[in-house]
Design a protein around this ligand. Sequence first.
Ligand code: C5P
Length: 235
Amino acid sequence: MGKDVIVACDFASAADTYKFLDQFTGRKPFVKIGMELFYAEGPAIVKELKARGHKVFLDLKLHDIPNTVKKSMTVLAALGADIVNCHAGGTIRMMEAALEGLEAGTPEGGERPLLIAVTQLTSTDQDALEEDLLIEKPIDQVVMHYALNTKKANLDGVVCSAQEAEKVHNICGDEFLTITPGIRFADGDKGDQKRVMTPAAAKEIGSDYIVVGRPITQAADPVEAYERCCADFIG
Ligand code: C5P
């Protein structure tokens, strides 16, 4: 898989998601499904999106003991998702177990889903890191350490801000994937995202996949916004 734009389908129901995606009569977007939608609709939504021709990033951020994560990943691999993820904070052993589970669950002749780790959530700031988690290191150092752990566990890449993508590639190599949310058009509303980057700047900095939600889902013309994102990011 090469560079692509992933549309964050943060909708409340499968019906709303399909209604939104039905507008795309040409190129079928790569879509991201999060916990809320997955818990509401279950595995059927992944199978249905695949049947409709979409690639699927199943953003469930697994974090548990290695054995539980391994078995859960085996189940997820059978759904046919293209990308799944877990927390790097679950340790290298947990990430290795996640990968083992995915390999075990990938159907014969099928392609294993890419496995990506979340480093530190962007909602965790330096104060929370030190006071709540007792991690007394600069947060960017923690993020890079977790990225290296992810590489050591042989995962495919990390979710990170576009600002971090270049450094992650420098430390973990160009083949190590960076999936970057926080994308906005230059003339668009930032919403609650603080450190944003345009699709063109994310391309320039070497991001492999951009995750774009509201700039596409809330656009007056979502198909036009999606095509603009693709033109700017993929070329
Ligand atoms: O609407 P917006 O473009 O901000 O959506 C971005 C998507 O990426 C959302 O689904 C959000 O939960 C997700 N995300 C993020 N920042 C992270 C990790 C995930 O915005 N650090």
